[in-house]
Design a protein around this ligand. Structure first.
Ligand SMILES: Cc1cc2nc3c(=O)[nH]c(=O)nc-3n(C[C@H](O)[C@H](O)[C@H](O)COP(=O)(O)OP(=O)(O)OC[C@H]3O[C@@H](n4cnc5c(N)ncnc54)[C@H](O)[C@@H]3O)c2cc1C
Length: 400
């Protein structure tokens, strides 16, 4: 990594930034919690919380210090998502999806152009979105219909047109990372990851986002059309980017976010239990046993999620280990288990609280948490992921 892309005097101010964990708590309490219900009701972008994160220099957190970022670890940004999710899942999901894209460039963008992209992103707190889902292949992220299409007589230029059925916050992002076949003659799985800045891209709206949960992610469908220079294409094959970075990073940050939802639900159940206990001094409220079971289940989920992040960090710089089938299966298992656990825990919390959780106008309401929790399974459908694991198990010999 070059160390000269930013003014060295600016480096001195980086150390003075507030710790990310404090930033997450403040932004969660003062912005995400205040505007979360409105974001959900109107399916609108969580602009207040994202702007607050931007002011705190939290968007560029993963970018190395030498490029102007915080040089934070994936675990640190995952905890930011976990904390934000307690107040507004959409804010947390925008933050998480952005960090997935940043991590792909940090780990696979070793070209002068892409290092400049990172330095610019750190300096201006740019927001990056993703276009992997495509009409015709859906959530099969390892296949593309669209291709990087060379422009005749301009060997360095390309064009891309993608029927992108879901691009979260596409209209609010500075740039989008899109998957496409490497060339028009390439097979569906021979893909590249392409950086397309919004000011060189048109997004033609094809569908709007009126969903059950994660309503503030504004995940509209578009036809994405862009032209660019070949240096916008990440040098590594998407197969490697996906296996070594995009897939495990996604599952780590998403599972933290779902853990945040589960933690909030259990916290409300505990608050309800204490309120009941104050009303019936001397007797144990009927929901106490259910809440005790919930606390135990949440501890299991926390161990699973935090442990998986630690495991990934341990081998993150070892391509040989990252390319093992066993690692891919374990990363997929994290997604499957955490996405099931969050629904189970939030549902049980609703049951333990009862009517006060079912109501929308109660401090113990669980409605929004439950709706958001159900997005977990659908986000790259668990059945699709189990299908991939089933295929790998036919050949995997290692212990899992
Ligand atoms: C909140 C949210 C934000 C998102 N943001 C983005 C974004 O920014 N960019 C982006 O590109 N995408 C985004 N997506 C889309 C997401 O990544 C998936 O592409 C999308 O959820 C469709 O997933 P899927 O194709 O796996 O499932 P679907 O196509 O919905 O699967 C449909 C059904 O087919 C079954 N199925 C599919 N494949 C298999 C299989 N192999 N084996 C068994 N059963 C199978 C499943 O059981 C499922 O019931 C977002 C999704 C959500 C929920």
């Amino acid at each position: 990594m070059p160390t000269t892309l930013i003014d060295p005097s600016a480096l001195a101010t980086i150390g003075a930034r507030r710790p990310l964990v404090d930033v997450a708590q403040t932004v969660g309490a003062e912005f995400a919690a205040v505007h979360g219900a409105d974001v959900d009701r109107h399916a609108r972008f969580p602009s207040e919380a994202i702007e607050a994160l931007r002011r705190e220099r939290a968007l560029g957190a993963l970018i190395p210090i030498s490029l102007g970022g915080r040089g934070a670890s994936l675990r640190e940004v995952a905890i930011v998502g976990e904390t934000l999710a307690r107040s507004c899942a959409s804010t947390a999901m925008v933050y998480a999806m952005h960090q997935i894209q940043v991590n792909c460039i940090v780990r696979h963008g070793r070209t002068p152009f892409l290092l400049e992209v990172l330095a610019d992103a750190a300096a201006h707190e740019r927001l990056f979105a993703s276009a992997t889902t495509e009409a015709g292949v859906g959530g099969a992220v390892r296949a593309s219909v669209c291709a990087v299409d060379p422009i005749p007589d301009q060997p360095q230029r390309f064009r891309i047109e993608k029927q992108a059925s879901v691009i979260s916050y596409g209209e609010y992002a500075h740039a989008i990372l899109a998957t496409a076949r490497r060339a028009p003659e390439s097979a569906a799985g021979d893909q590249s990851l392409v950086y397309v800045p919004r000011d060189k891209t048109t997004l033609e709206l094809t569908s709007e986002w009126d969903t059950f949960g994660f309503r503030g992610t504004c995940s509209n469908g578009f036809v994405l059309r862009a032209e660019g220079d070949r240096h916008q294409i990440l040098p590594d094959a998407y197969a490697d980017i996906s296996t070594q970075t995009m897939l495990p990073t996604s599952h780590v940050v998403w599972s933290h976010l779902w853990l945040g939802l589960a933690t909030e639900a259990v916290s409300r159940a505990r608050a309800y239990l204490r309120a009941q206990a104050r009303k019936t001094l001397g007797t144990r409220p009927t929901s106490a046993v259910a809440v005790a079971a919930l606390v135990a289940r949440l501890a299991e989920m926390r161990e699973l999620v935090h442990g998986a992040a630690r495991d990934y960090e341990l081998i993150a710089d070892d391509p040989e280990q990252l390319n093992r089938i066993g690692f891919a299966i374990r990363a997929n298992n994290l997604k499957i288990s955490a996405s099931n656990m969050v629904v189970e825990i939030v549902t049980e919390a609703m049951s333990a609280i009862g009517m006060s959780a079912y109501r929308e106008d109660s401090p113990y309401s669980i409605g929004r948490l439950l709706r958001d929790a159900h997005g977990a399974k659908a986000m790259i459908h668990n059945d699709r992921i189990l299908g991939a694991n089933a295929q790998w198990l036919l050949v995997a010999k290692e212990e899992l």
